[in-house]
Design a protein around this ligand. Structure first.
Ligand SMILES: N[C@@H](CCC(=O)N[C@@H](CS)C(=O)NCC(=O)O)C(=O)O
Length: 211
């Protein structure tokens, strides 16, 4: 198998963090998505969504989506230590938190960044080059959504070291990506949300994020 990735891609980093946590390496090939290499062959036929990361299996199956790649790698190759949970209850609980964080935090923030920064003019949607306009309302909505998410999770974090409890999970990798997106947007977590700030500081100390 081979991982197609780009060093500076935040979603690619999620797979790299996963591998670092597992202390594993797999064959990789860099695709420079800033230069548009993903729109050229053979890559555009391999992944019609024109994004990284994606994983090519030995039977040529392509798995894109960073979390799906990590799930496959854990189940098929690197089961321990688990990041997705080892019981039905924990798998569902971790999946729930990861989806909440992605849908209510990471995705809206990603959209906000792509609608704000001049760097993303003509590439507002990942994997496209076109004249879809940047919309300030999407930036505003992203900030509203992250404020609401942080308010909702702060109380939960009072009694939980990580988002799913004592165990570091794939949902914490998504959480870390949320905090890095906040930095890019220059969004400051309100000081009243001390448990959320403590979670961020705990995550920032984990070795696996040094990739
Ligand atoms: N939901 C996908 C998102 C993939 C994605 O947005 N990848 C970005 C890099 S972080 C990309 O390849 N962008 C290419 C482009 O904007 O043209 C995942 O989690 O892997």
């Amino acid at each position: 198998m081979k991982l197609y990735n780009f060093t500076l891609a935040p979603n690619g980093r999620r797979v790299k963090i996963f591998l670092k946590f597992k202390n594993k390496e797999i064959p990789e090939q860099e695709i420079n998505v800033r230069e548009g290499e993903q729109f050229k062959e053979p890559f555009k036929s391999m992944n019609p969504f024109n994004c990284v990361p994606f994983l090519q299996l030995d039977d040529n199956t392509i798995i894109s989506e960073s979390i799906s790649i990590c799930r496959y790698l854990e189940e098929e190759h690197f089961p321990e230590p688990t990041l997705f949970g080892s019981t039905a209850k924990m798998r569902a609980y971790i999946d729930m938190w990861n989806r909440r964080l992605e849908l209510d935090g990471y995705s809206p923030l990603g959209n906000a960044i792509r609608n704000k920064s001049s760097f993303f003019v003509n590439r507002v949607l990942a994997g496209t080059r076109n004249d879809i306009k940047q919309m300030p309302e999407i930036v505003e909505r992203g900030v509203q959504m992250i404020e609401l998410l942080f308010q909702r999770i702060d109380h939960h974090l009072e009694k939980n070291k990580f988002i799913c409890g004592e165990q570091f999970t794939i949902a914490d990798i998504t959480g870390y990506s949320i905090f890095k997106s906040c930095e890019l947007l220059k969004f400051e977590i309100p000081k009243t949300l001390s448990n959320t700030i403590r979670w961020r500081d705990t995550l920032y100390k984990q070795d696996c994020f040094d990739v």
